[in-house]
Design a protein around this ligand. Structure first.
Ligand code: SAM
Length: 234
């Protein structure tokens, strides 16, 4: 395998799944395999325990917005973990791609989970707000205008906390993902898009330079970073 230079973000690399004309069967298989990849590498149980559970209300359901939800498995897991811990979540999961929502809606319904085709801006324009705003593997998809716009929207939409989780660009992460996914995930975009995602993703210093001062950047293992925002107490 030729290791590409990871010295700079590869803003021009395009993921297969972002191509409106990509093969639908392969795309659906990719959504279905997100569950496995997220469980293995995305660290959401740790994120839930450290950054979401401590701020959940006990006396009422917490509202959550998942931006760029894809197949919706992160939302489903959060609902399940919270329920097990005696909390209740009401999750609105949005994605602008109708193919993702069509796949997500074919899975068994969960009463606490609503899918909606939308961008975060539309919810801001409607004056909506949520206790928590989250995303997974969304930041590296965004261009130079969309990235700060997402953070600004999150600040407006999140009453308690916003947490965006993504891959961070690292050599060993690239090598491990490449080697670990090669034998599996053959008929999906997981491996190719995963490697492109790493090339498109940020390093921790790049994130620190890119976010407004009210956002924290928390490195997370393996090869991940969280962007966290807590509104000022009013
Ligand atoms: C790599 S997938 C991750 C899906 C899901 N969050 C997960 O972790 O399984 C990225 C998703 O972000 C969505 N997306 C791309 N650009 C977006 C934007 N500007 N706002 C919201 N979602 C976006 C895509 O449609 C896609 O479903």
């Amino acid at each position: 395998m030729i290791l590409p230079s990871l010295a700079h973000r590869d803003r021009d690399a395009r993921e297969w799944m972002d191509d409106p004309g990509c093969d639908r069967e392969t795309l659906d298989r990719t959504y279905s395999q997100f569950r496995v990849v997220n469980a293995l590498v995305a660290g959401w149980h740790a994120t839930y325990r450290r950054h979401l559970r401590p701020v959940l209300p006990r006396d009422r359901p917490a509202t959550v917005l998942d931006i760029g939800c894809g197949g919706g498995d992160v939302a489903r897991n959060l609902i399940r973990w919270a329920r097990r811990d005696g909390f209740s979540l009401q999750v609105t999961a949005i994605d602008p791609d109708p193919r993702a929502l069509a796949w997500a809606r074919r899975r068994p319904p969960v009463p606490e989970l609503t899918f909606r085709p939308a961008l975060s801006r539309e919810l801001v324009d409607e004056g909506r707000s949520f206790d928590l705003v989250i995303s997974n593997h969304l930041l590296h998809h965004l261009d130079e205008q969309q990235f700060p716009a997402l953070l600004a929207d999150s600040q407006q939409l999140a009453r308690v906390r916003a947490v965006h989780s993504d891959i961070r660009r690292e050599r060993w992460g690239y090598l491990l993902f490449s080697a670990g996914t090669r034998p599996f995930f053959r008929r999906s975009f997981i491996r190719e898009d995963g490697l492109i995602s790493i090339r498109r993703s940020y390093t921790v210093p790049e994130l620190r330079a890119a976010v407004p001062p009210t956002w924290r950047v928390a490195p997370q293992r393996p090869s991940r970073a969280l962007l966290i925002h807590d509104p000022d107490p009013r």
